[in-house]
Design a protein around this ligand. Sequence first.
Ligand code: DGY
Length: 320
Amino acid sequence: MKPSIFITRKLPQAVIEPLNGEYQVEMWEKEDVPVPRDFLLKKAGSASALITMLSDQVDGELLEHAPSLKVVANLAVGYDNIDLHAAKERSVIICNTPDVLTDTTADLTFGILMAAARRIVEADRYIKEGRWKSWSPLLLAGSDIHHKTIGIVGMGSIGEAVAKRAKGFDMNILYHNRSRKPEAEKMLGAAYVSLDELLAQSDFVVVLAPLTPETEGLFQKEQFQAMKKSAFFINAARGAIVNEEALTEALKKGEIAGAGLDVFVKEPVDSDHPLLHLDNVVALPHIASSSIETRTAMMNLCVQNVMAVLKGDEPRTQVK
Ligand code: DGY
């Protein structure tokens, strides 16, 4: 019998082409709707490999249902949806998609920073709603980006790629990370500071840390109060790093100037979520890595990782 691979979302045929023939491949046939949990559990029951999305919970329960499972390839660099401990206990190899998405994610992170600071989305809405009556001196005046201070929380490869973009804007670069990054300090002139220092000094606080027990709920009322009133909060990592009620309060009370959010605690975020009703918030539906080129590279990498493990080879990007 051919090993069976279940893919939890519809992917382009060209991407799964290399799997055809040698493997029995089945996909959840919807692009925009996550696979129902009971369907996933059923398919996991006979799967040797799963290609999963960050919206699928790969937990102990799922792994219990999957006696022949050898590998889970997650279509994301983040893997907070996966219980690594449970996977290790069952010798299931977990793969993610680092590196191929670094620049694309950094582009969007910098884009949302610019959109929030220069009120780009608000301005687009303003003109399309026919509200532009005259040029005026302070019409939709935003905040400068160049020569300001950016504080990056989480200096992994995406953090470094954002710092590189910030350098091009002549920004002063601060970072806070679990460990120091001497290379980034040397190449980009980034200065390592404590989180408190970063919050106090930054004009843009940019979160790019993974979601872990240490970072969950890292941003509370106190952290927003510690920021400059003129500062912007940008999150392109995971929603749960932030207490959204505290962020909403800080934005409403003018404790910070604005926010750019690509991620939310609950995704998709409800359309009546208070954060979506604030003019000083730019909100995006978790699309930081979403360019055709990068998403295709991520999908191809998942396919290559699955094939490698099923052939008994080392996958390219295993989560250790
Ligand atoms: C990731 O890869 O973890 C991003 O959040 C989605 O591309």
